[in-house]
Write a protein that binds this ligand. Structure first.
Ligand code: XMP
Length: 523
């Protein structure tokens, strides 16, 4: 290993020295650069895994923002499949948000341990109603007796409107026609067991699991197993819970009673319903998290849901991190005003440039054993690398808002395609439900309140997988340059320099005409 020359030590400083020396100036991503370090790490070998809480570890330290033009179930599924996490927004009815959670949790998993069943007294029309009400993406249901004993299997091909008045038992495969495996015969690797079964039983798509009394206790589907086996070759591994379901987060607003007090019952009931569907993380998501309201809501949730991962925010100070941690949050969101669609700093004159905010937050988080995530202002993978030198993950809005999985409408302008992307503090978004996030009541929007976000457009990008692959590639490069084989080494190896405006200019392509058409550049 090369000797570390003493001059380097004076120019390239570790976080404590660097931010101490630059205080009280607020610095953001482009104000700093990271120094390279001796490395024996190939970017492709870098491990991007991060542990956000006792129950949540991700294979990719990226979360999609809880914004109504970024994260609904399609985005959350895509993010979890890439190893990250989607946080569903709350600008929708509670019933709809519950449906969105269900969609993510029932997306693809190997052994479904608590399959949705129906009883023999139901009609096909009842089943269609259930599918519609719960937003299920599947149509095949085991039929059980009241005591849970397996009676048969209702195949998706008969769950049709034309049969709505027929009994489910008329269309079911009887018990002796259904393939089952005993729970005790599954062995150590449930996926391998199912994979072997489906290879040996050509054309069979469902395998049910029963106990010694023939009570149903699980279900495998061929498509899930094929997807999971296929994923084994991916370099980005999906983020799954212990039941092999995709991880899912959801943001909640703080419901209030007429007298302004928190409506505890409503908050607990809604979060409880989502937890029952398998929700892994709840985010108390506001513009100002160092407040009594966010603290009290966090305490209520912590008391009621001892094992649920709670994220709360946003803050930009060590005090804010400590406060929310003491209220019971596991993960604190850091960022006030850095977002691409934010106008908080202009409207309210408030906010801290993101790298300085992350540093202040990280000092306290380290002492308290809390996780922090950088929320907002990330425009390129290099920003993510910088943020990860101080945090456990990043939240992206604008980088994902153009992806096909984002919910925004596609608009064509002069032959180019765009998606709508709006701040949750924009007037329109606040009218649709996010006013409480900014401390306003819905009826004040446009009167007593000022918008803290804008409505904008993002050029349509490809899929989340394509975008995430580029971002993950950038993070891996950064880790390779810093000799970091994992995110903890990235933190300890980080050395910072201050960048001047001339340095910023030098950091981007300059003095050339960039060729964007790769076909042309290859010819
Ligand atoms: P990016 O830069 O990724 O930022 O687009 C997304 C983050 O910005 C926050 N956010 C807002 N902040 N006014 C604000 O001041 C807004 O209207 C607004 N909407 C979103 C939020 O933290 C998000 O994750």
């Amino acid at each position: 290993m090369t000797k570390y020359p003493s001059m380097d030590k004076e120019i390239f400083l570790p976080a404590e020295q660097f931010f101490e020396q630059t205080k009280p100036t607020g610095l953001t991503f482009d104000d700093i650069s990271l120094a390279t370090r001796y490395s024996d790490v190939l970017p492709s070998d870098a491990n991007l895994g991060t542990q956000l809480s006792e129950n949540i570890s991700l294979n990719l330290p990226i979360l999609s923002s809880d914004m109504d033009t970024v994260t609904e179930s399609e985005m959350a599924i895509a993010m979890a499949l890439c190893g990250g996490l989607g946080i569903l927004h709350y600008n929708m009815s509670k019933r709809q948000q519950l449906k969105e959670v269900t969609r993510v949790k029932y997306h693809v998993h190997g052994l479904i341990q608590d399959p949705i069943t129906i009883t023999a007294d139901k009609l096909i029309g009842d089943v269609l109603g259930l599918i519609d009400q719960k937003g299920f993406q599947f149509r095949t249901f085991p039929i059980v007796e009241d005591n849970g004993k397996l009676l048969g299997l209702l195949p998706g091909r008969v769950v049709k409107h034309r049969y709505r008045s027929r009994k489910v038992t008329d269309g079911m495969l009887a018990r002796n026609e259904v393939y089952t495996v005993k729970q005790t015969d599954i062995g150590e690797d449930p996926i391998q067991t199912a994979d072997r079964f489906f290879s040996e039983h050509m054309g069979i798509h469902k395998l049910l699991v029963v106990d010694d009394n023939d009570k149903l206790c699980g279900l495998y589907t061929l498509s899930d197993i094929e997807r999971i086996i296929g994923e084994a070759g991916n370099h980005l591994k999906p983020a799954r819970d212990h039941n092999f379901r995709l991880l899912c987060g959801a943001a909640v607003s703080i419901p209030r009673l007429e007298d302004g007090k928190i409506n505890q019952d409503e908050l607990i009931q809604h979060v409880g319903e989502m937890v029952q569907q398998g929700l892994n993380l709840v985010a108390v998501s506001t513009a100002h998290g160092h407040t009594q309201g966010v603290g009290d809501a966090t305490k209520i949730l912590r008391k009621e849901f001892a094992n649920l991962t709670i994220m709360a925010g946003n803050v930009t100070s060590g005090e804010g991190v400590e406060f929310l941690g003491d209220c019971g949050a596991d993960i604190i969101k850091v960022g006030q005003g850095p977002g691409s669609i934010c106008t908080t700093r202009i409207v309210a004159g408030v906010g801290i440039p993101q790298m300085s905010a992350l540093y202040a937050a990280s000092c306290k988080a380290k002492k308290k054993g809390l996780s922090i995530v950088a929320d907002g202002g990330i425009t390129k993978s290099g920003d993510i690398v910088k943020a990860l030198t101080l945090t456990d993950g990043v939240i992206c809005g604008s980088l994902l808002a153009g992806c096909k999985e984002a919910p925004g409408r596609i608009i064509e302008i002069e032959g180019k395609y765009y998606k709508q992307y709006r701040g949750m503090g924009s007037l329109e978004a606040m009218r649709d439900g996010s006013a409480a996030r900014y401390g306003h009541s819905a009826k004040d929007v446009g009167a007593k309140s000022a918008a803290e976000g804008i409505e904008a457009l993002k050029e349509v990008a490809g899929s989340v997988t394509e975008t995430i692959n580029l971002l993950a590639g950038g993070i891996r490069s950064g880790m390779g340059y810093l000799g970091a084989s994992n995110l903890s080494e990235l933190k300890s190896n980080a050395r910072y320099v201050r960048v001047t405006p001339a340095g910023q200019k030098e950091s981007s392509p300059h003095d050339v005409i960039e060729i964007k058409n790769s076909e042309f550049s290859r010819s």
